[in-house]
Design a protein. Structure first.
Length: 86
């Protein structure tokens, strides 16, 4: 995992660092519905995700998986980019 581009508005850069290149990151974001087919414009959901930090996105994924809606109930591990219940 990478610890680059952890802040807000770095969704594309962070994913590119994780997968190895920007083109692959854009393909993934389009497939997820976070980017429009033009490969340049984020969708509404993509903008929402882009406005989050890496930690907030990890906690959001964990909350969706567990059903627990309290982000403060999770701890974030930057090395694994995962959040787990405290």
């Amino acid at each position: 995992m990478t610890t680059q581009f952890m802040g807000r508005h770095q969704l594309v850069d962070r994913l590119a660092a994780q997968v190895g290149n920007r083109e692959e990151a854009i393909k993934i974001l389009i497939a997820r519905g976070h980017m429009k087919e033009d490969g340049k414009t984020l969708t509404a959901e993509g903008k929402r995700r882009d406005s989050m930090t890496a930690e907030e996105r990890a906690k959001d994924r964990a909350m969706k998986a567990s059903g627990n809606k309290n982000p403060n109930a999770y701890t974030y591990d930057a090395q694994t980019n995962r959040a787990k219940l405290k």
